[in-house]
Write a protein that binds this ligand. Structure first.
Ligand code: MN
Length: 197
């Protein structure tokens, strides 16, 4: 069974202000993420999926209508843990050289990532992934996750309205700007890159 305590926040609830309010962190982590964990546990209890890791559950339940409840909640647990783990206000960490080379600098990367985030129609995620030897920025709807497509996730931004509406209302682009310029700990991104290459 999964537990929110397996995925502790690495920052105090108010540590990301003004870019992400304590209220947003509280609702997002303690209500939304907790609910995905509760729902996932409800779906997998007493099934073959009980005791399996998130990566395996995601990879093996993707694309199957009969396991969509398990997939959606497992992927959302993964996505939220992955998202929260990258957050640190004004970390001062360096944009990874590999991404600098692949995208032609931080500004070009940020513009493309923001475009993806703003372009998600409805609820979903903007992703930086590594696939077929290349870094790519992609959009995912709802709970979509790169592991479901055989790609390696490197960075994600939650663009479900619950992620930003209390702080930014309809200004999703401003939320993406704040995330890219003030909330990403690039050392975490660098470690993920090192782990897959
Ligand atoms: Mn969320």
């Amino acid at each position: 069974m999964f537990d929110l305590k397996q995925y502790p926040l690495t920052f105090a609830g108010d540590a990301l202000e003004p870019y992400m309010s304590a209220r947003t962190v509280d609702f997002h982590y303690n209500k939304h993420m907790a609910a995905y964990i509760k729902n996932l546990n409800g779906f997998i209890e007493g099934t073959e999926w009980s005791g399996k890791g998130l990566d395996e559950i995601i990879a093996k339940t993707a694309g199957n209508p009969t396991t969509s409840g398990i997939f959606n909640n497992a992927a959302q647990v993964f996505n939220h843990a992955f998202f929260f783990a990258t957050l640190r206000k004004d970390s001062g960490t360096a944009f990874p050289a590999a991404l600098n080379d692949a995208f032609g600098g931080f500004d070009k990367f940020a513009a493309e990532f923001k475009e993806a985030a703003v372009g998600v129609f409805g609820s979903g995620w903007a992703w930086l992934i590594h696939e077929d030897g290349q870094y790519k920025i992609t959009k995912g709807l709802n709970a979509d996750n790169p592991i479901a497509h055989g790609a390696a996730p490197i960075l994600c931004l939650d663009v479900w309205e619950h992620a930003y509406y209390l702080d930014y209302q309809n200004r999703r682009g401003d939320f993406a700007d704040a995330f890219l310029n003030h909330l990403v700990d690039w050392n975490i991104v660098e470690k993920r890159i090192a782990a897959i290459t």
